[in-house]
Structure formats: structure tokens, C-alpha cells
Design a protein around this ligand. Structure first.
Ligand code: URA
Length: 246
């Protein structure tokens, strides 16, 4: 059984963006931090950082934010960037303001282009991030693609061959699976994530992507009722659907 980490309350709350350790101390002094219904009296009290803390701890009357080790899925809308620093709207601005001050910081697990929508995972757990993006994990990601021109008919074979070279690259793409929906739309399933990969693959077969949306990572699907710009925390069961079995 893995050991539950413990942290001083002031450090835990400061790392979760509630303020400096001094500010956390003021909240504690004012009786505004409770655990299991009782006021916490000392900001140096050690707290076992368990998943259920949000149900047990309140800060200024509100349930604690998810403790470190969080993972979430966001329905990324069009027009926002998966970056901490670029100009314009960023995916991080879709999360609660306080979450942007967390340490460890929340980052995206891989990226989607500004003009791609769909399923984006985010976490503050570096270990989880690497388990998902590692090329060895080989996790399939499914994209729904709309095209400018009708499919020619040979794309599925070309993508599946594992020999397609993209411009300015020195290694062929891994085999990818194309499932045709109709003449100008298809699902494309990739197990790698090179820069603008889907758009460049269709450019390589003389077409042009007009809309791109990711709807699955592993066996985890973007729920139909999760609106663009909205997110929800991932459960252990959700994560098991993302990670390869075993
Ligand atoms: N391929 C692309 O071209 N863009 C994405 O956002 C993801 C995959």
C-alpha cells in the first residue's frame, strides 16, 4: 500500500494558490479553515493529503480545491492555445483563477493546436503526464477530420503503411488507422503526436483539413454533455481508460 503524503497546512494551502504562508496563517487565525467540521488552530498542523480532503476541509466556508495529484479532462474550444505564455486566450484561463497559482503547476498532457477542439487532458502530476505521453505507452488518439476535398480512396492504405514521411522529418510516421465516415470526413487514429500531424498527413495526400476535433484518448471518450470550455476531474476509473492495460 502506498504511503499517504503529509504536508503542513500552511504549505499545502500556499501551494494550492490560497495565498502566501502568512496569508494562510491569517485565515487559520480567523477560524476560516476547518477539517471534519472543527476549526484548525495551528497553521503548522500536518495534514494527510488524501483524495477526500475536499469533502472534509473547508476554506472560508467552501470545499477545498482538489489536492495535488489532480487530473482533469477539458473540452478544448477552438481559438485557445495550449501554452502558459503565448498571447491571446490560453486553456489555463478556462480553469479557476486560483488553480493558476498552484505548485506543482497544472499543465496539458500533450497539446492540441489553437484551431483544434476536443478532448484535452491536464494534470499537476509529472509522473502521470510522462506515463501518458511516453512514446512507449502507444496510446491511440482519435481525431474527427473534415476535409476540403473528397477522399481519393488510397489514404487509408498510405497512412497504415508506416512509411509516410512528412516534410522536414527524418523518420516515417507510425502506422495510423483511417475510418472513413463519408466523402469529406473521417476518423484518424494516431499513436504518436508530431507537430500538426493530422493536418500535415492530409496535406501529404493532397487534401486540406477544414476542421479537427479529438474525441478519444485510449478508451476515454469526450462526454457528449461536456460543453466546449468546460472540464471535469478524472476519476481513477477514467484514468484506467486512458492508460494501457497492465
Ligand atoms: N494533429 C494536428 O494537426 N493538430 C492537432 O491539434 C492534433 C493533431
Amino acid at each position: 500500500m502506498s504511503k499517504v503524503p503529509t504536508l503542513r497546512l500552511d504549505r499545502l494551502l500556499a501551494n494550492m494558490g490560497y495565498g502566501s504562508r502568512r496569508e494562510v496563517q491569517s485565515l487559520v487565525d480567523a477560524g476560516l479553515v476547518t477539517l471534519d467540521g472543527a476549526e484548525i488552530e495551528h497553521s503548522d498542523r500536518r495534514i494527510a493529503v488524501t483524495r477526500d480532503l475536499p469533502e472534509r476541509m473547508r476554506v472560508q466556508g467552501k470545499p477545498l480545491d482538489p489536492p495535488p495529484g489532480l487530473a482533469l479532462m477539458l473540452h478544448k474550444p477552438l481559438g485557445v492555445t495550449c501554452s502558459h505564455k503565448e498571447a491571446g486566450p490560453l486553456v489555463y484561463s478556462l480553469l479557476p483563477e486560483r488553480w493558476r497559482r498552484r505548485d506543482p503547476a497544472i499543465s496539458t498532457i500533450g497539446r492540441l493546436d489553437k484551431e483544434t477542439s476536443g478532448l484535452l487532458l491536464m494534470t499537476d502530476d509529472g509522473n502521470l503526464l510522462h506515463r501518458i505521453i511516453s512514446p512507449r505507452a502507444n496510446i491511440p488518439k482519435r481525431y474527427r477530420v473534415n476535409l476540403d476535398r473528397p477522399l481519393r480512396g488510397d489514404e487509408a492504405q498510405i497512412f497504415a503503411a508506416g512509411t509516410l514521411m512528412l516534410e522536414n522529418e527524418d523518420k516515417p510516421l507510425l502506422p495510423a488507422q483511417l475510418e472513413v465516415i463519408d466523402r469529406t470526413s473521417a476518423f484518424l487514429i494516431l499513436t504518436e503526436g508530431r507537430y500538426h500531424q493530422v493536418r500535415r498527413m492530409f496535406a501529404a495526400v493532397g487534401n486540406h483539413v477544414t476542421a479537427l476535433h479529438r474525441d478519444r484518448i485510449g478508451r476515454l471518450a469526450l462526454p457528449e454533455d461536456l460543453e466546449p470550455g468546460h472540464y471535469h476531474l478524472l476519476s481513477e476509473a477514467d484514468l484506467a481508460l486512458v492508460l494501457p492495460p497492465g
